[in-house]
Design a protein. Sequence first.
Length: 88
Amino acid sequence: MGKEVRFQNRDRFIELGLEISALRKMRGMSQEELATKAKISRSHLSSIEAPNIVRPFSLEVLYNIADALNVQAGDLLYGYFFKDEKED
């Protein structure tokens, strides 16, 4: 199974990465702090957050990031934190 992202999921991964980045910044955390708490490398987190890179990642990583941000993984997937801004 490859790490290639299908075109229809590309925007979803980008939005999820932007959501994680924005929430991390709202929490006053550096990439290094979040990566350490999520048990991933800072470079992996950086590539997840980068809007010009589509970086697929596992559910385990998603759950670890959500736990480190003290949120539900589903809320990140749904875009709960910035939903109102997206609808404007």
